[in-house]
Design a protein around this ligand. Structure first.
Ligand SMILES: CC(=O)SCCNC(=O)CCNC(=O)[C@H](O)C(C)(C)COP(=O)(O)OP(=O)(O)OC[C@H]1O[C@@H](n2cnc3c(N)ncnc32)[C@H](O)[C@@H]1OP(=O)(O)O
Length: 202
């Protein structure tokens, strides 16, 4: 299994893999980096024939993760990584490349896109829909039937009440309480969450 990116986020992903008994792990990074514990950091693609190698991208910034996923398309086989102590409903779907940390709960009929991060102890309730490259931060709570567009970062400990629609490439601040829909590219903070800026599209 290849962990693509020798980052702090990568450390957590390695421990997801280890929780599933996977220890045949290679860490790849373009930059020269010291070993991550017992795992040496290798330059990407130092050997040919990687198309069937399983991989997860360990880059926390959503836009960068999307860019790298595009560059690596067809060169590696992306897989999901779910911590042994996460609780994922058998009626939920999780896209390839998505990582789910310890203590996270994902309830029935929720659909999670590709290359998402569901961070430590996040709670995503029934019927939610997360686009690709979304990050739900530690201890965040999505109530039932919340939809979040591509690339949005939902901050640590933030809460969205049921039925909320949050656009793509938004940032929801840590601790925000989202009680109204949020438009694309917005940054929203506070309780109740208010939009403080609309970012330029990527
Ligand atoms: C394992 C991990 O580490 S996962 C990572 C988890 N990380 C997070 O959840 C971080 C989420 N990020 C935040 O909350 C940040 O503060 C951001 C993204 C909202 C800041 O956005 P920016 O556009 O840079 O805003 P900026 O820092 O300039 O602040 C703008 C205003 O919003 C306020 N503000 C910023 N963040 C918050 C917040 N979380 N809650 C309430 N108010 C906030 C600031 O105090 C400031 O107010 P002022 O104008 O009255 O001084």
């Amino acid at each position: 299994m290849i962990v693509y990116g020798a980052s702090g986020h990568g450390k957590v992903i390695i421990e997801i893999l280890e929780s599933n008994g996977i220890t045949d792990i290679e860490v790849w990074d373009d930059a020269d980096k010291p070993p991550m514990w017992q795992y040496p950091v290798q330059k990407p693609f130092s050997t040919p024939g990687t198309e069937d190698r399983e991989a997860v991208i360990s880059i926390g910034v959503n836009a960068t993760r999307k860019k790298v996923a595009g560059l690596l398309e067809g060169k590696l086989r992306f897989v999901k990584a779910i911590h042994a102590h996460a609780r994922v409903s058998r009626r939920a779907t999780v896209g390839e490349g998505t990582v789910i940390m310890a203590g996270a709960t994902i309830n029935a009929d929720t659909r999670i896109g590709k290359h998402c991060i569901v961070n430590t102890s996040a709670s995503i309730d029934h019927d939610c829909v997360l686009g690709d490259y979304v990050h739900v931060s530690p201890n965040a709570t999505l109530s039932g039937d919340v939809h979040i567009g591509e690339g949005t970062h939902f901050g640590g400990g933030a809460v969205a009440i049921q039925g909320i629609r949050i656009g793509k490439w938004c940032t929801i601040g840590a601790g925000a309480v989202v009680i109204r829909d949020i438009p694309d590219h917005a940054t929203a903070v506070g309780n109740p969450a208010r939009v403080i800026k609309i970012k330029d599209p990527l």
